[in-house]
Design a protein. Structure first.
Length: 582
């Protein structure tokens, strides 16, 4: 949208949206730098992108629509596929005759308008909207898709041919025929697409006595998704085995496999685990989105001193960077984010993983295969002969892998890996327990990052205050004071504020989120191996002694980082307590 600088300034003065002093300063900067007045006002925080967009639309006479005020019919919404709507911020909301009204953030995006015109065969009438309207409409897409999936599954489940009770006697050919039965194919395909739309990380298909329970893990919490008739159990399991290239007639032993699926919006790899249970075979599938690019340390939840310590370690050419935490705490995502930062044309990066969770350009990724003797240790031995500058080992599980990683760091490589411990300080005793000498650890380890994932609050959260008595029931004065100091150091609170002035937030359930949370972010502790900590490792190596010294050196613990994020309104204290105590 092109509006002259003079028109824009005149309208802003008339509307009183921005104080004249701020407007004059921005106009002066615009004249000096050649940037637009609108962009400078947004950059300075004098107005939002949406406010600027509304002003420009008003000056140009373009209609503005607020999509949050009415629900768009599913058939109209579906005229523009969800991936196109999300990518180009364009929503179909009203159709009259051969005309289709579309809401956009940029009504001059002619390529998107032309694409929708060709797809629908309708005359396109662009209307301006704001970011909240687009987000709201994209959520409606998800709801209409969920409704559609539920209908498909119910319909197809009714078409399944009921096999005789006790599917244990079915032959491989009979199971293969069941796997190719059209209703079963449609149910499995729909279950997987439903999981992708929901943003699930895991799908559980659990046979019960009289039914099959399907559950999705979303943002770290398991939710019941749907139940299917018991008659569908054998066919669904057989279909997944066919997709993952597993043995159809093997029902007594666990099996693991993998397959891929592409939708218009995502390319997803499913890691399959099948386990015999009392009522049949239980299937769990981990969803892995196959891109490791686009992450940033800031988006993962790192900030301030924690971020600086990691950047300092990544600037080294040798040593070990460890990420610690339980299964499902986002360790691999943090590793790939670091690799993305290090991924430059002048370095050779090699990895050995189980499994390869994201695919990265210019990175040589190797998948271990224990069935043929190709373990982390064997893979790491081969990697060091491939002239790498940076090595990523998916996980240090045993003394052999730990020893090889230490040797690689000693011989001029930067090594990144993960380890299963409850805290950053706990990684050191764990490695010593694996047989690594303390003097080798102090020579190689640069930082250990401990992390957990917490759910993020939706925008409609409820604010409340914590007094000293309430705070004492949650954590120590030291924990709250450290979190308060981190907020002060990063300039996130007003001068003169006290701990009593800091607001906290409760989740508020809504139509968009039943529990008031959406998506997740990390809480971290970053332990830098300082000279004082090296001395402790050589002397005692207990995690308590290491953590005590790290706190003296201003390490923010995971709990304290959680309190920091709760005070910023990113998450709730309840969620922090759930994450650090589970």
């Amino acid at each position: 949208m092109h509006v002259s600088e003079g028109e824009l300034k005149e309208f802003i003065i008339d509307s009183g949206v921005v104080a004249k002093k701020e407007l004059d300063a921005a106009a002066e900067e615009a004249e000096k730098t050649g940037k637009s007045l609108g962009d400078i006002l947004v950059a300075r925080g004098s107005m939002t992108d949406d406010a600027l967009r509304r002003i420009q639309a008003y000056v140009l006479g373009i209609p503005f629509v607020n999509l949050k005020e009415h629900r768009v019919p599913a058939d109209i919404l579906a005229l523009i596929p969800e991936p196109i709507a999300r990518t180009h911020n364009i929503i179909a909301f009203r159709k009259e005759g051969d005309s289709l009204e579309v809401a956009m953030l940029d009504v001059e995006d002619l390529a998107s308008i032309d694409s929708v015109r060709k797809k629908t065969g309708l005359k396109i009438l662009p209307r301006l909207t704001d970011t909240d309207s687009i987000k709201y409409s994209l959520l409606q897409y998800q709801k209409s898709l969920k409704d559609e999936f539920g209908d498909i599954i119910s319909t197809e489940a009714g078409k399944i041919h009921v096999v005789s009770a006790g599917n244990k006697d079915l032959s491989g050919d009979e199971l293969k025929q069941m796997a190719e039965d059209l209703p079963i194919v449609r149910i499995v395909d729909t279950l997987l697409r439903h999981a992708i739309v929901q943003g699930a990380s895991d799908v559980h298909i659990e046979p019960m006595e009289n039914e099959v329970l399907v559950r999705y893990r979303i943002d770290g919490i398991l939710h019941d998704a749907m139940t299917l008739p018991k008659s569908a159990a054998a066919g669904i399991t057989a279909r997944i085995k066919v997709l993952a290239n597993l043995k159809l007639d093997e029902k007594r032993l666990p099996q693991d496999g993998r397959f891929k699926m592409e939708t218009e919006a995502d390319r997803v790899s499913f890691r399959v685990s099948i386990l015999p249970t009392f009522f049949g075979e239980k299937t769990v599938m981990r969803l892995l989105r196959e891109t490791g690019e686009g992450f940033t340390l800031d988006a993962l939840g790192l900030h301030g001193e924690n971020m600086e310590r990691i950047h300092k370690a990544l600037s080294q050419t040798t040593g070990i960077i460890l990420i610690s935490g339980p299964t499902g705490s986002g360790k691999t995502t943090t590793l790939y984010t670091m690799l993305d930062i290090l991924n430059r044309p002048d370095v050779n990066i090699s990895t050995v993983e189980d499994p390869i969770e994201y695919q990265m350009k210019r990175v040589n990724q190797t998948q271990v295969n224990p069935q043929i003797g190709f373990t982390f240790a064997n893979g790491l031995r081969s990697l060091v002969r491939q002239d790498p500058d940076i090595i990523m080992v998916g996980e240090i599980r045993d003394s052999e892998t730990a020893s090889l990683a230490i040797n690689a760091a000693l011989t001029g490589h930067l090594v990144l890996s993960t380890i299963h411990t409850n805290s950053a300080a706990g990684a050191i005793p764990r490695l010593i327990d694996m047989g690594i000498e303390p003097f080798l650890l102090v020579s190689t380890i640069r930082v250990v990052v401990g992390q957990r994932l917490v759910r993020k609050l939706m925008d409609n959260k409820e604010q409340y205050s914590l007094d000293k008595v309430m705070r004492s029931k949650i954590g120590s004065d030291e924990d709250f004071n450290v979190a308060f100091k981190a907020l002060q150091d990063e300039g996130l609170i007003k001068k003169g504020s006290t701990l009593d002035d800091i607001p906290f937030y409760h989740p508020t359930p809504s139509a968009e989120s039943e529990d008031g949370y959406k998506s997740r972010i990390g809480i971290h502790e970053v332990l830098a191996v300082s000279p004082a900590i090296r001395e402790i490792i050589l002397r005692s190596s207990t995690s308590d002694a290491i953590e005590t010294q790290a706190k003296k050196e201003a390490m923010l613990t995971m709990f304290q980082d959680g309190l920091y994020k709760a005070a910023r309104g990113i998450t709730s204290i309840e969620e922090v307590l759930r994450a650090v105590t589970e």
